[in-house]
Write a protein that binds this ligand. Structure first.
Ligand SMILES: NC(=O)c1ccc[n+]([C@@H]2O[C@H](COP(=O)([O-])OP(=O)(O)OC[C@H]3O[C@@H](n4cnc5c(N)ncnc54)[C@H](O)[C@@H]3O)[C@@H](O)[C@H]2O)c1
Length: 411
């Protein structure tokens, strides 16, 4: 039986880790205590898990009192490093939500603590456990595509999902490192994992074309906004979950969950385009938009033996068709078009990926032929692209990853 503690008791922390651990993995895992800078939100863990879970008023006390084997870190992105480093130095393994952290300095501090303590850091990239991505990985591993020469990758967030990053802490670079780190680290990790290679150079362009000062129906927050009746982005914070987790906890820390998506305070991009070069020579074109009319992705791998195309759309897409909007197909050099089936997606977080990841985390993951569990190196390389892209945007130039991760070769 392993002993766990958790820091960060927001939506993801509670629904992905605390509650499943208590309800579905109690035979192998014990949640010994939790900490969050907002004690009211931390106290909700017991209610959601329907089991009393001790709440601590500071992290050091949580570690001292609980003596955990493993610390789960699910705070806002920019705070991960503090807890990862403290946990490692206290002799614990760490499970950290993506992104590992937000800046090169924080990244190097984590790397140093891990090297000095020898403890293990796992970064939870649930997309690796999604049936479609798993199938693409199997196909690449089988040698179907041959050597991968280039990648075309588009990720589209619709205005329901995408807008949410502009309402709350993510909208400030200092909290999330921008969408290039917060969101795209998922996508870059997938490519690093498929290629089994490391990115070395990045050139980025980015802009804010839709949110921020681009909109007119501006207020401080939806709750008090004069435009709520005509604004497409009105969020009703009185829905039961949002009310309990955020509105009723506001007085403890002032965290506003329904901030205006047109706030002038927003300093992250909603539109980005990148070129990335990998150490083995593969080249990637990548784009992310957070204001698409529909949500989905397109990933194309151009290889020595042919072209693998993977497309997926959210069921919210207008005229959504399960068969034609979602596919994995391969064009061989001899003129064949081959479609591939996947395991069915299942209900639950992210098409069943969240449950598969939980099972692997808590029940063990040997043998793991596809290498789905991401280690510290994978966590660092996934944010390496975003961190280099942030420098590229600020300085309007190409950036080598070795400029920001000085001892990348030793990762
Ligand atoms: N893998 C995925 O699919 C996925 C999905 C959503 C979120 N996430 C990640 O999960 C983490 C949490 O995101 P969320 O959506 O639950 O956000 P959230 O805003 O719901 O929760 C964040 C929590 O962190 C707490 N917090 C803030 N600063 C803190 C500090 N210094 N110390 C302790 N606690 C602090 C807040 O009070 C809040 O309870 C983020 O790292 C995010 O990137 C991953």
């Amino acid at each position: 039986m392993k002993r766990y503690v958790q820091v960060g008791c927001g939506w993801r922390g509670v629904d992905m880790f605390a509650v499943p651990m208590v309800k579905h993995f109690r035979e192998v895992a014990t949640l010994c205590g939790v900490y969050d800078t907002n004690p009211k939100r931390a106290a909700l863990v017991s209610k959601k898990a329907e089991t009393p879970i001790p709440v601590y008023t500071n992290f050091d006390e949580l570690l001292r009192a609980c003596q955990p084997d493993t610390v789960i870190v699910t705070t806002i992105d920019s705070q991960h490093d503090t807890y990862v480093v403290k946990a490692l130095r206290a002799g614990c393994d760490v499970i950290c939500e993506k992104p590992l952290t937000t800046t090169p300095e924080k990244c190097l501090a984590i790397q140093k603590a891990q090297k000095e303590t020898g403890k293990k850091v796992t970064v939870t990239f649930n997309l690796r456990f999604h049936p479609y991505f798993k199938r693409v990985k199997e196909l690449v591993r089988s040698g179907l595509v041959g050597e991968i020469y280039s990648i075309d990758y588009q990720w589209m967030l619709d205005t329901r999902h995408g807008a949410d990053y502009f309402r709350r802490w993510h909208r400030k670079r200092e909290n999330s490192g921008s969408l290039l780190i917060h969101k795209s680290s998922h996508h870059f990790d997938i490519v690093n994992w498929l290629l089994e290679d490391a990115p070395v150079e990045v050139n980025a362009y980015g802009a804010r074309r839709f949110y921020g000062t681009n909109g007119e129906n501006r207020g401080e927050r939806c709750l008090t906004c004069h435009h709520k009746d005509q604004c497409d982005f009105f969020l009703d914070i009185h829905t039961p979950d949002l009310k309990e987790r955020y509105l009723e906890c506001e007085d403890a820390d002032g965290y506003i969950r329904d901030g205006c998506v047109f706030s002038p305070e927003i300093d992250i991009e909603d539109t980005v385009a990148l070129s990335v070069r990998y150490s083995g020579g593969a080249l990637m074109n990548y784009s992310l938009i957070a204001h698409s009319p529909y949500e989905g992705l397109r990933l194309v791998l151009n290889g020595s033996l042919g072209r693998l195309e993977f497309q997926k759309a959210s069921s919210r897409k207008p005229n959504y068709n399960r068969e034609t909007d979602n596919f994995i197909k391969f064009y061989s050099r001899s003129g064949e078009e081959i479609f591939f089936e996947t395991e069915p997606t299942v209900k639950g977080g992210h098409g069943g990926a969240d449950y598969a990841l939980q099972k692997s985390l808590f029940c063990g993951h040997d043998p793991e032929p596809l290498g789905q569990m991401a280690d510290l190196r994978a966590g660092i390389l996934s944010i390496g692209v975003g961190m280099a892209a942030n420098v590229s945007l600020a300085e309007n130039r190409r950036v080598l990853l070795t400029e920001i991760l000085k001892d990348e070769k030793e990762i």
